[in-house]
Write a protein that binds this ligand. Structure first.
Ligand SMILES: [Zn+2]
Length: 156
């Protein structure tokens, strides 16, 4: 899934679970669970380092949306919002994809089992047409992002 989807779902989890350790653990599990849903990815095994601007755009979009959502939530509720737990949720929701980066680009070979497990969760093969990044392949990203956004803003 795109990083924006992971950022929003981790933030929603952090906003609604009290214990930061539970947030951290559940965020990693949630990442792997969400990767089970069919989705396209804008990077694949043939991607070059110069395509990583897409990651920067994705992160910027994700962080901009949660910043706006936290602001809106602050206006519409007077509960003490735990931004620390949101940060923990976002960090640990992104962490599994960071391990892929460490494995491939920083040659941390000990992460191979994690990379293998992570890849196996994707039922369509890396580089196949069903893994292309476009609207029709990424409807789950859109739906999960919207549900997460509602959970982040509305649930208390
Ligand atoms: Zn992933």
């Amino acid at each position: 899934m795109i990083l924006t989807t992971h950022i929003l779902s981790g933030a929603a989890l952090g906003a609604n679970v009290q214990n930061p350790w539970v947030v951290a653990g559940l965020s990693v599990v949630l990442h792997f669970f969400l990767d089970l849903f069919p989705h396209g990815d804008y990077l694949n095994k043939k991607s070059r380092l110069r395509e990583f601007w897409k990651v920067a755009v994705d992160l910027t979009v994700g962080f901009s949306i949660i910043t706006a959502a936290i602001f809106i939530r602050g206006l519409t509720s007077n509960d003490g919002l735990d931004t620390r737990n949101i940060a923990v949720g976002v960090f640990f929701s992104l962490f599994p994809d960071a391990t892929t980066f460490f494995y491939i680009w920083m040659k941390m070979k000990f992460l191979k089992p994690v990379k293998y497990f992570h890849e196996r969760l994707h039922r369509q093969e890396n580089g196949s047409p069903k893994r292309e990044f476009h609207f029709k392949n990424n409807l789950w990203d859109i739906l999960i992002s919207l549900v997460s956004l509602i959970a982040l803003i509305v649930l208390h």
